[in-house]
Design a protein around this ligand. Structure first.
Ligand code: TXA
Ligand code: MG
Length: 316
């Protein structure tokens, strides 16, 4: 990576002139453009092959900047922002007219978040506009958690890639909407449900449907590597006589197993498992096996988001 200061200056230049920059965030790498420039934002959709009905998240430098894009904050929204920003939480709120239609796919709401990566926060402080950024992967494919992942799958379609090291969270932000007035989780992610509920002091509802056009990131087949994935709880579920397979274990592989395999959380921690998840799915592709069996995560903390991504990776 060039000297960091130079690299941020280059990113600023590219963004100001309407180009695309891959940015590190704490969750996954994003493919960023000036959110207030519809021509620049259109380049994001073209580079990803993303359908125009799938709205983008707008990355802001702070809560004040996010308020400059939104009309009204439902009860609970401000408490969540204060508790988790900068961090892996996206709030879907009614938008102001300055947010271009192309960013929100014509919806009356906009997804906003303040990302917790020092390089991207510095970048946001040096430009006068917020950044629209989906994950920096071709539509439907596994999200990138390193700059190398971005180069591998989008390379020539990005004007500049900023390298901020591996993403510490590893799964995308938790998305919370307020349609009807009460907080609803639209996508599981880097902030666990338990943490949302402890700030709000009430249970949050979940609307994780697969066909709702208001949350296309929830399309059933998504985050999918180019090898069939099957989810299991126990290794005994692998069919007898199965050949040519690989394994993604949660905290260990079966005793004496000598085939292709990787473990998400050798330390048993959901944080480690989330960090390693997308790299493991990419790794599984290069084993060249016919099928991969992946073990579900325990059903708490980040385990819910991990299982959500594994489930979508497994659908074909
Ligand atoms: O962690 C993240 O959120 C990453 C990093 C780069 O910030 N971004 C990310 O963006 O995952 P993307 O485009 O891959 O997923 C964004 C999803 C969309 O698919 C859509 O489901 C939801 O956010 N979304 C955005 N705006 C929305 C809106 N106004 N209403 C409902 N859902 C919205
Ligand atoms: Mg994505």
């Amino acid at each position: 990576m060039p000297h960091l200061n130079e690299s941020i200056a280059t990113a600023v230049q590219v963004l100001v002139s309407g180009g695309l920059v891959a940015i590190p965030t704490e969750t996954v790498y994003g493919l960023a453009a000036n959110a207030l420039d519809p021509v620049a934002v259109a380049k994001i959709f073209a580079a990803k092959g993303r359908p125009n009905f799938d709205p983008l998240i707008v990355h802001c430098r702070d809560i004040v900047s996010a308020k400059g894009l939104t009309r009204e904050w439902a009860p609970g929204a401000e408490a969540l922002a204060r508790a988790f920003w900068p961090g892996p939480l996206t709030l879907v709120l009614p938008r102001l007219p300055l947010v271009p239609d192309i960013v929100t796919s014509g919806l009356d709401t906009v997804g906003v978040r303040v990302p917790a990566h020092p390089i991207t926060l510095e970048l946001l402080s040096r430009v006068e506009f917020p950044l629209a950024a989906p994950s920096a992967n071709p539509f439907g494919y596994v999200s990138p958690t390193t700059a190398q992942h971005v180069c591998d799958s989008l390379g020539s379609k990005v004007d500049y890639v900023m390298d901020g090291g591996p993403c510490p969270v590893g799964v995308e932000s938790t998305i919370v909407g307020f349609a009807g007035g009460s907080p609803t989780v639209l996508r599981l992610g880097g902030i666990p449900l338990e943490a949302l509920e402890s700030v709000l002091g009430q249970p949050v509802t979940r609307q994780l449907s697969s066909s709702k056009p208001s949350a296309p990131g929830q399309l059933l087949s998504h985050y999918a590597p180019r090898v069939p994935i099957y989810l299991i709880d126990d290794w005994s579920e692998i069919p007898d006589g199965q050949v040519d397979y690989g394994l993604i274990g949660y905290s260990a592989l079966p005793n004496a197993y000598a085939g292709f395999g990787t473990v998400l959380a050798p330390d048993g921690s959901d944080v480690t498992a989330a960090q390693r998840l997308f790299a493991a799915l990419r790794e599984a592709e290069i084993w060249g096996v016919k099928v991969v069996f992946a073990q579900r995560a325990p059903l708490n903390g980040l385990g819910l988001a991990i299982n959500d991504r594994l489930t979508r990776a497994a659908v074909r």
